[in-house]
Every structure is written in C-alpha cells, then in structure tokens.
Design a protein around this ligand. Structure first.
Ligand code: ADP
Ligand code: ASP
Ligand code: MG
Length: 596
C-alpha cells in the first residue's frame, strides 16, 4: 500500500480548528488508499513561548533542560492531533521521538539523527492507524530527550519518509510552496513549481526559513521528493527534487538572513595554523560560522572576519576572547546590525557576469557592501540591517525573479521514488551503520590552472564592487571565487578574486587601470595558485570538514590564502607549489579520491 508522510508546521496546528482541519486531510489521504504518517510541530508560537519562559527562570539555561522543555510543545500537538483524528472516526496513535526509536547524538538543541527503528510505526500502520509523530525530537543513547534545532520537524518528516520508504513527503505550511524569496519580505516574490535539492539546501541555510536545511540533506541523500504545499488549501505547491525550475536561469532565488552578526578578529599573526586555532574553538562550541574572509594586513598580521547567527553571538564572543589569547591576536570587534543577502542558482556556475549584475543592482540602490563571499552556486553579501530589505528587493528585481523564466518547468505530479535496489540496500546499510546524518563526502579535487588577484586599499564606497566587476567582465575574464573583506575602520577594503591562469595578464591590466582611476593602494596577485575542493552534502552544518582542512594544511605548514564554503563544497586556495602536497594531506584526512 502507498505510504504518505504529511508534516504540519506550527501555524497549521495553531488552534483546535486547524488541528481538526489537518486531521481531516490525513483521513482523506488514508481513505484514498494510503498508509499515513503525520508529523506535527508545536502549536503556533509555543516553542518561542517556552524559550521566553526558560529565560525568565535562567538567562543561560542548560541545553539538556532546554530540550526537555521544548520537546513538550510537540508532545501536546501529537496528543491533540490523535484525539482529533479519533473524533472524526479514524484510528490514530501518537508517538514521541523516543517511542519511534529516533536515536540522536547528544548535541542538545542541535542533535543529529543516528538511527530510526521503523518497526513500531510499521506495525501501527499495518493495524490501520494513522501514526502521529512528534517532530523535532529524539533521544540519545543515555535516554536524554534531544531536539534537532529550530525548524527541525521538517527533518523528522523527511527522515521518516526516507526510512519508511514513503511514496510522498508533503510539507504542509502557511505558504503554498517555495517562492523566489520570502513572500513575507517581498510581496512580489514568485511561486515556483519546482526547485532542485542543491538550490533549496543552499537557500535554506542562507535564510529561507521555509524548510529546515538538514531536511534537504536527507532528501538529497535518500532521494526523497518533497512537496511543499499549503495546509489551508489543496492547491499544488512546489516540488523539491533533482531538477531546477529553469535550465537557463543563472539565479533561482534570493534569501535574507536578518539575524546575523559580524565578528572581526584583528591582528592575527599571519602564519599557518592560526585560522585553524580560531575556527576549531568555535566548532567545539557548535557555533555556526559563515562568510569567512581573511584579509592580509600590515606587518604580517591579518584580520579575519566571519558571521554567526545573532543568537549565538554571546557564546561566540566568549569563545573569541579565548581564541585571541591562544593565537596571539590583538582583539576583536563585532556588529549586530548586519544582514546577509544571497542569490542562489545552479545556473551561475556556467555563466559569467552574475556577480557583476548583483553588485550593480546593489550599487544602484545606493547600498554599501561590507563583505562578499561566493561559491559555485551562491553569492552572499553583507550589508547593514537597515539596508537589508532594500538590498533584497534590488537583487530580486535585477534577476527578474518575479517573472517566470520562459523555459520554466511545468508542474508534474510527484514522481515515483527513484531509489534502485542498490539505493535501498545502501539505506539499510546506513541505518545499520547507525548514522543517518553522517557526513557524506563525494570528491576531493585539485584545480591547478588558477590565478589570484588582490586589490588592496579599495575605498569602501557603494558601487566600487560593481565597478571592479564591470571592469573584469569587460575584459572578458571568468571569475570563480570572490571575497571582499571587512575593514570598517580605515574606510577601505580589499577584494580578492580567482580567475583562470591564462586570463591573469588581461585581468591584471584591467585592474591596474581601475586602481589608477580610483586610487587603490595596490594591485597584486599570483599566477601560481591551486584550488582544493572537498565536495559532499551539508558541509556547512558539518563544520568538521572545513576545520579538518585547516587542521591538516596547518600541520603541513601550508598557508591558506582564500577559503569559501557552501553546503556542497569547501574550497581553499594555496600557493601552487603546495598543491599536490595539500591534496595528499586532504586525501589522508578524508579518504581516497581523484584529481581534476
Ligand atoms: P512551519 O511552521 O509550517 O514550519 P515556517 O514558518 O517554518 O512554517 O515556514 C514557512 C514560512 O517560511 C513562510 O511563512 C514564509 O514567510 C517563510 N519563507 C522564507 N523563505 C521562503 C521562501 N523562499 N518561500 C516560501 N516561504 C518562505
Ligand atoms: N517547534 C520547533 C520550532 O519551532 C520545530 C519546528 O517547528 O519545526 O522550531
Ligand atoms: Mg518550519
């Protein structure tokens, strides 16, 4: 019999009427001939209320007790949902994470799923029950209750769909699908009928709160197609699957992460191992770091800037104080009034001028860019919080995201699961190996045909990044990595880019011309750099990859010149003469591989 997982988020179970409406949907799915598992979140804003309550008792509550508290929100919902189904004449049994055998590691408040034992659920389904599963929670091996992180019910739903080999995984929420950006921020955002796993994963981890990013890791790994749709109607939503909406569009969506903070560690001794020292301490504290930019300063000292979620700032500050002492940095600054705006699209990997277009749109809106980082399928900029929405709007309009691309896919019914027998065996093997959310790496490679150009002492004015990349594009240069560092005190910044080695001279010439016009302090670079990449799934939340790369390279005395991270890849740039040795170090650390 087909099996459907239906997840209802907080707003979809916010009151008794909504719970009854969700129960009716589940019963309809059962009557249509499916076995049905319903995953529910805490009612309305209950999780937020519980967090506020905890803060009134203790400003720094223990993570274990937070999970004990927060898991009660979902426990209320499952019981009420089972009662609602019963009152409408069907059979239902509610289950907590522990009862479903959702075993996690012990990282309280951000636990990862290790195993799920589907036997009890399968038995209840076979007896004709609708199984009502509590989202967001599990249990560790010492029987402590754990939670998966905010928004984690999506991950419960997709993980259950994977292990139960569900035919459909429906995420019922308060929007009727995935939009080109948050429709609450920009009313002109457009509904998409399809988006690829890679794009959704990247958008989710860059601020598109419609899906929990780790749920997309699961979906991609276990090939679970997801249908995001409205809980309040039966209209078609958005399919998250292998393919993008449009084969030609460079950008499919934009995201804003409003609750970001920037930290700049100043005067870091510029020798191999210091970045590792700093980021290792942050990783040990499970602090999520993004937009890492290193800026080589004067007298062999560097500034390192990065962003953290605002609610992790106070922990990050404590950690950085320690880090400054242990690596001998002179101090740090931070800013809570910043926002990260990103564009995402698989198509940008093959097209030139995407960054230029984004920076020009931001410049035309009169907004200053504080930092830039890119990866193969995303470009992120940091701007002041006050400018965030205007920046998002400018970028969204610049890529005409409000208009459907001419070659956009049309809606297709949820495709049949494409898992082969081999996939299924792998799934079972993963479960037996007892680590569903374990890191999965696919490739380690070395690109040895690259060059780097760095523009130092660039006046920190709106529009300069746009001028630089206009000039780069006019010279016909294909840019790969871009980083712009933060340097708020001197009123200047530095921009580094990697390009194909054969375009080095042309790019250098264009940049020197620009430097004369705008009075940059210097233009320098290296024709001899190598880019090393480690690819996989979920590399932002699996911080061990970036940290491990820093660690082995530092141990070998190899200096990391540039770094960028995405969900799919971590790239580092080193001097070419270190390339092969660096590749060997990474292979030693992460396993066998090939070169590119
Ligand atoms: P639930 O409680 O159902 O899990 P969430 O609030 O977590 O719901 O997610 C739904 C919300 O996500 C929407 O109301 C919308 O404001 C927000 N959102 C952010 N980015 C997007 C996007 N790209 N497409 C659709 N919704 C988005
Ligand atoms: N109730 C949890 C939260 O609010 C989990 C979820 O809704 O997905 O974050
Ligand atoms: Mg959610």
């Amino acid at each position: 019999m087909p099996l459907v997982v239906q997840k209802f988020g907080g707003t979809s179970v916010a009151d008794p009427e909504k719970i009854l409406a969700a129960a009716r949907k589940a019963i309809r799915a059962q009557q249509a001939g499916n076995q049905v598992v319903v995953v529910v979140s805490a009612m309305g804003h209950n999780t937020d209320l519980l967090i506020e309550l905890a803060a009134q008792v203790n400003p720094n509550p223990q993570d274990r007790e937070m999970d004990m508290l927060l898991s009660t929100g979902e426990q209320v919902s499952v019981a009420l949902m089972a009662m609602a189904v019963d009152s409408l004449g069907a059979k239902a049994v509610s289950m907590t994470g522990a009862q479903m055998g959702i075993q996690t590691d012990s990282t309280f408040t951000k636990a990862r799923i290790r195993t799920i034992s589907p036997e009890r659920i399968n038995k209840l389904l076979a007896d004709g029950n609708i199984v009502i599963a509590a989202g967001f929670q599990g249990i560790d091996q010492d029987f402590n209750i754990t939670t998966l992180g905010r928004g984690g019910s999506d991950t419960t739903a997709v993980a259950l769909a994977a292990v139960l080999h569900a035919d459909a995984c429906e995420i019922h929420t308060d929007v009727d699908g995935v939009y080109t950006t948050d429709p609450r921020q920009l009313p002109e955002a457009r509904h998409m009928c399809r988006i690829s796993y890679d794009e959704m994963l990247e958008l989710a981890s860059l601020g598109a709160g419609v899906m929990h990013n780790r749920s997309i890791e699961f979906a991609k790994k276990y090939r679970v197609p997801i249908h995001v749709r409205s809980s309040f109607s039966d209209t078609r939503g958005t399919l998250i699957c292998d393919a993008s909406e449009s084969p030609s569009a460079a950008v499919c969506g934009a995201a804003m992460a409003k609750n970001e903070a920037r930290i700049t560690v100043q005067g870091v001794p510029d020798r191999p191992g210091t970045s590792f020292g700093i980021f290792k301490l942050l990783a040990d504290e499970k602090i999520t770091v993004d937009m890492i930019v290193q800026n080589v300063g004067e007298k062999d000292r560097a500034d390192i800037s990065f962003t953290v979620p605002k609610d992790e700032l106070s922990r990050a500050k404590r950690t950085i104080e320690q880090a400054c002492q242990s690596v001998g940095a002179s101090g740090f600054t931070y800013d809570e009034g910043v926002s990260k705006i990103s564009v995402v699209g698989i198509g940008m990997a093959k097209q030139t001028g995407v960054a230029q277009q984004m920076f020009r749109a931001i410049a035309d809106a009169g907004i200053n860019i504080q930092m830039i980082t890119t990866s193969e399928i995303k470009i992120s900029v940091l701007v002041s919080l006050a400018n965030a929405q205007a920046c998002l709007r400018a970028v969204h309009a610049s890529f005409s995201l409000q208009q459907q691309p001419l070659d956009a896919a049309v809606w297709e019914e949820l495709p049949a699961r494409t898992n082969t027998q081999a996939d299924l065996q792998k799934l079972v093997a993963d479960l037996q190996a007892a680590d569903m959310e374990k890191l999965s790496l696919s490739d380690i490679s070395l690109a040895d045909d690259q060059a780097r150009i760095t523009l130092a002492g660039v006046p920190d004015n709106p529009g300069l990044a746009a001028d630089v990349f206009d000039a780069v594009a006019a010279a016909g240069v294909f840019v790969d990595m871009i980083v712009q560092s933060y340097d708020g005190f001197e009123g200047e910044t530095s921009i580094s880019l990697t390009i194909p080695r054969k375009q080095y001279q042309a790019c250098l010439q264009a940049m020197n011309a620009l430097a004369n016009k705008f009075n940059f302090r210097s233009v320098h670079g290296s024709e001899q750099i190598s880019k090393l990449s480690v690819s996989g799934i979920g590399l932002r939340s699996h911080t061990s990859v970036a940290i491990g790369m820093f660690e082995v390279l530092a141990a070998a005395g190899i200096n990391v010149e540039m770094v960028n991270t995405s969900e799919l890849r971590v790239n580092v740039v080193v001097a070419s003469h270190h390339g092969v040795q660096a590749l060997k170090c990474l292979q030693g650390r992460f396993g066998p591989t090939r070169t590119a």
